[in-house]
Design a binder for this molecule. Structure first.
Ligand code: SAH
Length: 366
């Protein structure tokens, strides 16, 4: 059964379900070998670096799973200045990272929107053309804001749907008028219309999430014709309502965490086999569950890494989940460490290249 699925030209939803239910080590190895071969054929084995700048943990949202939710009073709030952020971007350029990602807690006020606009303009002035690629991960914004940032030179946007199951989405977020599944989908549609390379993704191993939900997540990526997927395991943050419940219900054991890691790797592999030429990130959360989590992600079919270049002073305050790796590191240390890790998998690194989505480029040619 497994062999016949892995040699199919195009998988069906039932095949995806079968793959997500695999548990046997030898079967998993076969799965990852097959997804790595599809990555090699469709996007190549160069991993692209996007230097991640975590700008601020100030957030207007109250997501039950997230460590920087507005309701978490334990965490001191910080904001990176434009000058500091531009220095980090310059470092990324000097170190031949092709792109930067600007990520932040969510705010829609005009001071925030303008700060980001200044920052995008400033980053575009760094280095010789085409300079750094810019990915934004700044949550839900108005169409006007999305358009302004695109006009200034941001060209990719990552907005995770978190789960494509509406009922589960409701359980993950308070019913306070600011968290709507439909609105998030509308944002993704708007971003595509504007011309961004749009990325989305989900958390894997959420309480109450089934393998069928995960299959539907992959079908959601297909339906939205996304260029990029950034998904990873759900990782407990103890000072959140959801994390507290999971701990109390005895569901944050070694065994449960290992399961969330394996399911995440199976999701990367199944998504690669199904969608072939999109970009897929090996996310930092993989490493929160296993020291070699990101390398395992590359082996399972991912081709993008987001090394953290956030100012060391702010790193410990940007903890979306517990055990976040690299919080005591500097950008130099992260570069050295990740470079070694990538080369150990047999992949190479696309230094100085944007590494845009092959899928997006081939779509826009037609
Ligand atoms: N405010 C931005 C950036 C959010 S942080 C936005 O809404 O897009 C980026 C991602 O971190 C979120 O989309 C979520 O999927 C992930 N995240 C948050 N808490 C997490 C947790 N406890 N475990 C794993 N991933 C988490």
């Amino acid at each position: 059964m497994l062999n016949s699925i892995l040699t199919k030209e195009q998988l069906m939803p039932d095949d995806l379900l079968y793959l997500l239910k695999l548990t046997n080590e030898a079967d998993l190895e076969k799965l990852f070998a097959a997804s790595y071969a599809v990555k090699e054929q469709h996007v190549g084995t160069k991993a692209y670096f996007r230097g991640l700048i975590e700008l601020s943990n100030i957030c207007v949202k109250d997501c039950y799973y997230c460590g920087i939710r507005k309701g978490n009073k334990q965490v001191p709030r910080f904001e990176t200045s434009v000058t500091e952020a531009l220095e980090l971007a310059q470092w990324a350029y000097d170190n031949e990272y092709g792109s930067v990602v600007l990520q932040s807690g969510e705010r829609q006020d005009s001071a925030f929107v303008q700060t980001i606009s200044h920052l995008i303009s400033g980053i575009k002035e760094i280095g010789a053309s085409p300079g750094l690629g810019i990915t934004l991960c700044l949550g839900e914004q108005t169409p006007e804001t999305y358009r302004e940032w695109f006009k200034l030179g941001a060209h990719r946007y990552l907005l995770r749907i978190e789960t494509s199951n509406k009922k589960l989405y409701k359980q993950l977020h308070p019913n306070d008028g600011t968290h709507s599944f439909e609105q998030r989908v509308d944002c993704l549609t708007e971003l595509s219309k504007i011309g961004y390379q749009v990325g989305t993704g989900v958390m894997i191993g959420l309480p109450g999430q089934t393998e069928e939900d995960l299959v539907n997540d992959i079908l959601f990526y297909e339906k939205m014709d996304i260029a990029m997927v950034g998904m990873g395991p759900y990782v407990v943050h103890k000072d959140t309502p959801m994390g507290g419940d999971v701990i109390q219900n005895g569901l944050d054991t070694e065994e449960e965490r290992a399961k969330r890691l394996t399911t995440s790797l199976k999701m990367i592999a199944a998504t690669r086999l199904y969608l072939k030429d999109i970009n897929i990130a090996a996310t930092t959360a993989l490493q929160a569950l296993h020291p070699l989590g990101r390398e395992m992600g590359l082996k399972a079919g991912a081709n993008i890494l987001m090394p953290i270049i956030t100012l060391p002073a702010y790193r410990s305050q940007y903890q979306l989940y517990d055990n976040k790796p690299c919080i005591d590191d500097t950008a130099e240390k992260c570069k050295e460490c990740l470079t070694g890790r990538v080369l150990s998998t047999g992949d190479s690194i696309g230094f100085g290249e944007w590494g845009d989505s092959v899928h997006f480029n081939s779509q826009s040619r037609h």
